[in-house]
Design a protein around this ligand. Structure first.
Ligand SMILES: Cc1ncc(C[n+]2csc(CCOP(=O)(O)OP(=O)(O)O)c2C)c(N)n1
Length: 689
């Protein structure tokens, strides 16, 4: 069967091989238009897997576009979640949704998230994006089918780099052990991953022998020969007592000469000019209505912007970054400070950096770039966060200074037990970099936006946690943690270009907060502020305190500017770059001196807010004092795709939100003071009577 009407039980359409080839080609074209409209995404892998996607969705899988949750359907699991556009186009061309809608890819609120989310789009079976998990989900689904005596098949699409994840092999063992002959794995063997050739990053071959020894039937095919693809998939559906894996040899970037076999096109979208060239090579210039599709995307985007705008707190003027002639700020990606420090300090022979296949983007590659003599201390571990974490503990035990880093969610959550037991329990000198922290990661969406990592890292005994506020502070913090601090340490920084608000002279003392005060208006944003160590700060009886960490520090500074201009309020900003150990003294003094405390974090509310609350409630110096508090941060939600600054607005973690909250608390403080005054007057006159 194939595309089915589940009610009548008949096939709706049976594609011929030629029609499938044509559909795959068209899907490649639509994919590139969607990526171009999104301005980001994964061109290479979506193109390599497209023939397989077309064969599966249009011919081999039993499913019903009119009834996506038909219980009899075959299940298709995209473990290789970053290739979501191929999944979306498979669904669209099969008739589950309009092709034009896919053009909202990676935009805020779109069902076509950067990585698939089954709760947003009918036809998507499960939510993925963290590599290596899909095969285990597929094992669960296949087991359920066996338990219920259901005939449907479960397909699981994976990448070859993804085979480096240990969880894949746990699932492979389970499928073999349980003789899951209703499970079909398909590996898009395009031989490339982010950091280069799979064989160089961490060789996974011989996959044939490996899966065979785990009790699977194995087929190896040309993943671009539609006859072979369809034959293999259909053959794999026949039960043999074993799970089946199809190793599909493909070319990353297939069909577009300048993308083919190029690692640089892994996570990149074509611009308009490149799109034009690509469509020409695919023979689609006349067949795809590019402008109409881009208009659709732009229209959706305009709506997003309008909605966001109407939700923002309003003031007498616009205070957004670099929106006026004064208070201009330079923006630079925070992550660069990490690389700069590794480049500067990497000559220390004890330093070893562990690669997790995202090296350029998080700047850990600066450790060895242009320095071949350091290459032997660059240890590429592949996409294997858990093993790499324990290996780092082993390296530290023998006196090395290991540094590992990846997206914060994979650096601090995927491997949490390894951090807890191998690193922290043993108190080893391992530095973990949680890059791309917070919602500002942008269009990759929820699976790539670490919003919980700081809970876990702070909760671990022996662990130190630093969340620097800009590129310069990231450089200083890395310098300190790498060479001076001994013990488990976690540094978390953002991906996006964020305002540079510190300079070489700004103090940075591990475990000690800085006080930042607005001193007027200036041409350059950071020149309008004065910063000193909190310990040396003399109380200026400010109206309120804003306690912030990471990229929320610049937002807190901008909020202080808004509060001064709009209400005349003076704010004491505390930059608590070190979350653990926390500068409790500075927090107590700020609360004591101002009586109003707003915390700001680009994280689920609590990593900072709850720690500050604990200080406020447990400190005898503050017992009985009327202190009002408010928290800015993500409120118990998963992230979303969208542009970084849109997400800052959507998740209500902008300066405007901080200022709005602070103004509310100030109104409350004033009202209470007024009530107290009236109460005193009342008592006074009652006494006179
Ligand atoms: C657990 C986890 N670690 C890291 C990443 C970041 N990441 C996204 S794609 C990718 C490379 C995947 O390589 P491969 O499976 O070969 O896919 P392809 O090259 O075909 O795109 C990495 C490391 C991730 N999504 N999940």
């Amino acid at each position: 069967m194939a595309l089915t009407d589940s009610t009548a039980g008949n096939v709706i359409r049976d594609y011929s091989i030629e029609q499938l080839q044509d559909a795959a080609n068209l899907m490649r074209g639509y994919d590139l238009v969607a990526l171009c409209a999104a301005g980001s995404g994964h061109a290479g892998g979506t193109l390599s897997i497209m023939d397989i996607a077309a064969a599966l969705y249009l011919k081999v899988a039993n499913h019903d576009p009119k009834n996506p949750s038909w219980p009899g359907r075959d299940r298709i699991i995209w473990s290789t979640g970053h290739k979501a556009p191929s999944l979306y186009l498979g669904l669209a061309v099969a008739g589950f949704c309009p092709v034009e809608d896919v053009m909202t890819l990676r935009k805020l609120g779109s069902p076509y998230q950067g990585h698939p989310h089954w709760l947003k789009l009918p036809g998507v079976e499960v939510s993925t994006g963290s590599l290596g998990q899909g095969l285990s989900i597929a094992v669960g689904i296949a087991l359920a089918a066996k338990l219920d005596g259901k005939p449907y098949k479960t397909f699981c699409l994976m990448g070859d780099g993804e085979q480096q994840e240990g969880q894949i092999w746990e699932a492979a063992m389970e499928a073999g052990h349980f003789h899951l002959d209703n499970l079909i794995g398909i590996i898009d063997c395009n031989r490339l991953q982010i950091d280069g050739w799979v064989k160089d990053v961490m060789d996974v071959e011989p996959l044939c022998a490996k899966y065979g020894s785990f009790g699977w039937d194995v087929m190896r095919i040309d993943g671009h020969d539609m006859n072979q693809v369809v034959d293999a998939l259909q053959q794999a559906k026949a039960p043999t007592g074993k799970p089946v894996v199809i190793l599909a040899d493909t070319v990353k970037g297939k069909g577009v000469s300048f993308m083919q076999d190029q690692a640089g096109w892994h996570g990149k979208a074509p611009n308009l000019e490149e799109l034009g060239r690509a469509l020409k090579e695919l023979g689609l210039s006349e067949r795809i209505p590019v402008q109409q599709l881009l208009d659709k995307a732009n229209c959706y985007q305009a709506e997003v912007e309008h909605k966001l705008d109407s939700k923002m707190p309003k003031f007498t003027r616009d205070y957004w970054w670099n929106g006026a002639k004064t208070m201009k700020v330079k923006m630079e990606p925070t992550r660069k400070g990490f690389g700069q420090s590794l480049a500067a300090n990497g000559d220390d022979e004890r330093v070893v950096c562990l690669g997790l296949d995202i090296s350029g983007s998080i700047t850990i590659s600066d450790f060895y770039s242009g320095k071949p003599e350091r290459k032997k201390r660059w240890i590429s571990m592949g996409i294997a966060e858990q093993s790499a974490t324990s290996a780092a503990a082993g390296l530290a035990k023998e006196g090395k200074l290991p540094v590992l880093g990846t997206y914060a969610t994979f650096a601090a959550a995927r491997n949490l037990d390894q951090i807890r037991t191998s690193v922290c329990y043993g108190n080893f000198n391992v530095m973990i970099a949680g890059a791309h922290g917070g919602v500002s990661v942008g269009p990759d969406g929820a699976t790539h936006q670490a919003l919980e990592d700081l809970f876990a890292m702070q909760g671990l005994p022996n662990m130190s946690v630093v969340v620097p506020c800009d590129v310069e502070e990231t450089r200083k913090a890395t310098n300190y943690l790498l060479l001076q601090h001994v013990g488990p340490k976690y540094i978390r920084f953002a991906r996006e270009a964020t305002p540079v608000v510190t300079n070489e002279k700004t103090p940075f003392v591990f475990g000690k907060a800085n006080v930042i005060r607005l001193r007027g208006e200036a041409a350059g944003f950071s020149d309008a502020f004065e910063t000193c160590l909190a310990a040396g700060y003399k109380n200026e009886s400010e109206d309120l305190s804003i306690i912030a960490c990471g990229p929320m520090v610049p937002e807190a500074m901008r909020a202080a500017y808004i509060l001064k201009r709009e209400y005349g309020y003076e704010s004491r900003i505390l930059n608590v770059h070190t979350l653990k150990p926390l500068d409790e003294e500075a927090i107590i003094r700020a609360a004591h001196d101002t009586g109003v405390v707003v915390t700001a974090e680009e994280h689920q509310i609590g990593a900072l807010a709850w720690r500050v609350s604990a200080v406020l409630t447990e400190s005898p110096e503050l017992y009985g004092l009327p202190i009002v508090t408010g928290a800015i941060g993500v409120r118990d939600r998963f992230g979303d795709s969208g542009a970084p600054w849109e997400l800052i607005k959507e998740f209500e973690v902008s300066a405007e939100h901080i200022a709005h909250k602070a103004a509310e608390l100030m109104a409350f403080k004033k009202k209470r003071a007024e009530e107290k005054r009236e109460e005193r007057e009342h008592l006074f006159y009652a006494g006179m009577r």
